[in-house]
Design a protein around this ligand. Structure first.
Ligand code: C2E
Ligand code: MG
Ligand code: MG
Length: 672
């Protein structure tokens, strides 16, 4: 009994197959009903003279009416999106309905067959039955259950009925029909099996195409498909949802230090952790590299959204045990909420990415929701970018110079750091901290670097041989072999001894692409110039960079010196870094020294190279000359320059009013 039930069962276990069968069946319906109706109409017309009116007019009219009705229902329902249960019900329904309509037609055909007297008329009815059933089976080729039911409940009884007819011709048609039925059953069984295989294969392909093979999470394509689906579903009621982007801070360093296999393990763990802490209604996907996407379906409550982001970040910020190492990374995250921020996926993603960038910059390891403040920032940046694009760089850009002081030798300057200044006719004085970042997002940065480097080298050519120049390179320069080649050419053409030139690089450049940055560093070193690592301690895995890079100098970021008088930990960190530099035979410079007390502490810690407002603020080229000549007069005394705020436009300078007072009073007390 079970075998029999299985033989006729509609395949409903695999929902993808059910959907594929429905789609396929939907396409056949118009053809199927067209064949049924025309066949019935032709047969009715042909037998009109010999059969009663009821059978040639009334019944076929009702049957054709049923078919037309069915077509109308089909036209209305074909575009409705069904859930899984509805799809299964629909498939079972269409099979049953098809069978019912088939029974009605066949009943009518047999009644007509019996009512028709002439052999020609009877043969025509039989031909119509054969044509109707075989065309129905052809339409139901993929629907194994339906075609089997059609064959066994309609065609076989019809064929057997013919076998008992006294007319030999009718018997022969019955035998042929039986053979056709058998052949059709075999064909539909094979075709349906192949169709099932094909559907499963294509389903598997779709699954794989939507899956990230490393983490097993949905991939970028699937993520944005879901975002689009939500956008369509919410276009009228505008229920808020959030698109989030997460980036693993420090992932590149893990990859660089421990290799790609460990990096991959880290990504898998991050994916697991993210999934572990989010509940229903949140989708996690890997967008590529160390970037993950988060789709929060209910974002009505901003506090709840932030809490969800904090849970994810907190989970990733915990140490992660991998096969070869225990690593500490953090996760920064940006959210953009629909419809507040935008109503298409590109804009939402862009805004979430901006919030992520903001998080990385200002709130590392935490989530940030895109807000009006960011919108204003974007507009300002856009304006800055426009002004920078049309700026006359040769005239609007200039350099200021800040000395690096050797305290051990009585405070003499050993070199000057060249710091960019932009005086825009439209925006006024713009800090390099603002415009360098904007220039870095376009190729403008290379032009700026090359223009300023030429200027810095022509300045240093006029200074005494013992004074060098330190020049800041952008991370974009460091990962561009073209830009590095131009830099090499500029150095060669300048005639300045490469030993007097020092390039300052930051860890962010190394994190962008360590190998490429390393290559650039090696090229510059081969030229004879020196390399120093700027803003040390603000980036990631600094020690691994120190270990793997051929460095001449480390410049400890000024955040380590702020409040050093009151913070014991700051002192301990500085001591460690200074010891490390001594052990590795690398020079150590502490940036941002502003008070005499800080200098005393640094000297006690064994650091002799310093830079900061205490000694001198960044100054114009003319002031450098005055400064140098004064320094040579005072010999071993600290050369202190009273800074002039009007001369300098750097942002850091503006924020250091207190330092100006300290330096000024010191200058007043100086014998010089
Ligand atoms: P940086 O290379 O770390 O430069 C040091 C910054 O600290 C300068 O700010 C300098 O004016 C400021 N500073 C020096 N001593 C003190 C101090 O005692 N206290 C305080 N509060 N600040 C001090 P500036 O000139 O605004 O430059 C900011 C950043 O912009 C630089 O940081 C550098 O990363 C970037 N930059 C400047 N010029 C260039 C350039 O020509 N090319 C590139 N790529 N970046 C540049
Ligand atoms: Mg610097
Ligand atoms: Mg610095």
């Amino acid at each position: 009994m079970r075998v029999l039930r299985n033989f006729f069962a509609v395949e409903t276990n695999d929902i993808e197959l059910v959907r594929a069968l429905l789609t396929n069946f939907n396409k056949q319906i118009p053809l199927l009903y067209f064949v049924l109706c025309t066949n019935a109409a032709l047969c009715a017309v042909a037998t009109y003279r010999e059969a009663p009116r009821g059978l040639t007019v009334a019944v076929p009219s009702v049957l054709i009416g049923i078919c037309v009705l069915r077509m109308l229902v089909w036209l209305r329902a074909r575009r409705v999106v069904l859930d899984d249960r509805q799809a299964v019900r629909r498939l079972k329904g269409v099979v049953k309905l098809g069978l019912g309509i088939g029974v009605l037609f066949l009943g009518w055909y047999f009644a007509l067959f019996e009512a028709t007297q002439s052999l020609g008329g009877r043969m025509l009815v039989l031909l119509s039955i054969a044509l109707m059933t075989s065309s129905c089976m052809a339409c139901l080729l993929h629907l194994r259950a339906a075609s089997r039911m059609l064959a066994f409940t309609l065609m076989c009884p019809a064929a057997v009925y013919m076998l008992f007819d006294p007319n030999l011709y009718v018997v022969i048609v019955g035998v042929s029909m039986l053979l056709v039925v058998m052949a059709m059953i075999v064909i539909t069984t094979i075709t349906a099996r192949d169709f099932e295989k094909m559907v499963r294969l294509s389903h598997e392909n779709t699954r794989l195409a939507n899956l990230d093979s490393l983490t097993g999470l949905p991939n970028r394509r699937r993520f944005f498909e879901c975002v689009e689906t939500e956008l369509i579903a919410r276009r009228h009621d505008r229920r808020p949802f959030a698109l989030g982007v997460l980036d693993v801070d420090g992932f590149k360093s893990v990859n660089d230090v421990f290799g790609h296999v460990t990096g991959d393990q880290l990504l898998v763990q991050v994916g697991h952790r993210m999934q572990r802490v989010v509940g229903d209604g949140v989708m996690i996907a890997r967008l590529g590299g160390d970037e993950f996407g988060i789709l929060v379906l209910d974002a009505r409550d901003e506090a709840a959204l932030l809490a969800c982001g904090q849970r994810i970040c907190a989970e990733i910020n915990q140490p992660i045990t991998l096969r070869d190492a225990v690593v500490n990374v953090s996760a920064s995250m940006g959210f953009a909420v629909f419809p507040v921020v935008g109503d298409h996926s590109e804009l939402l993603y862009e805004r979430a990415d901006y919030a992520l960038y903001h998080a990385k910059d200002k709130k590392r390891g935490q989530p940030v929701i895109f807000s009006d403040v960011h919108e204003v920032e974007i507009r300002q940046r856009g304006r800055l970018e426009q002004c920078l694009r049309k700026a006359d760089l040769d005239n609007e850009l200039s350099l200021h110079f800040q000395p690096l002081i050797d305290v051990a030798r009585g405070g003499v300057p050993t070199s000057f750091e060249a710091l960019a200044r932009w005086n825009s006719p439209e925006l006024g004085a713009v800090s390099p901290a603002d415009f360098i970042g904007v220039a870095e997002r376009s190729d403008l940065i290379h032009r700026i670097t090359h223009t300023l480097l030429r200027r810095a080298l022509s300045a240093v050519a006029t200074w005494p041989e013992r004074i060098g120049i330190a020049f800041n390179l952008s991370m974009r320069d460091l990962v561009s072999s073209d830009s590095i080649a131009t830099i090499v050419q500029i150095v060669r053409e300048s005639g300045v001894a490469p030993g007097r030139i020092e390039f300052e690089i930051t860890e962010s450049a190394l994190m962008a692409d360590f190998n490429l940055a390393l290559q650039s560093v090696q090229t510059l070193r081969a030229l004879g110039t020196h390399i120093s690592l700027d803003d040390f301690g603000t980036g990631y895995s600094s020690l691994s960079h120190v270990h793997r890079l051929p460095l001449d100098k480390i410049k400890v970021d000024r955040s380590f010196i702020t409040d050093i008088e009151s913070r014991a930990t700051g002192k301990d960190i500085l001591r460690t870094v200074i010891d490390l530099c001594q052990n590795l035979n690398i020079e150590c410079v502490v940036e941002g020294t502003e008070t005499a007390e800080q200098i005393e502490i640094l000297k006690d810690l064994g650091c002799n190279m310093m830079q900061g407002y205490y000694f001198a603020k960044p100054m114009t080229i003319e002031r450098v000359e005055a400064y140098l000549s004064r320094g040579s007069e005072i010999g071993t005394a600290l050369p202190i320059v009273v800074p002039s705020a009007s001369l300098d436009t750097g942002s850091a300078d503006r924020s250091a009013g207190a330092a100006v007072t300290v330096a000024a009073s010191k200058a007043a007390a100086s014998p010089a």
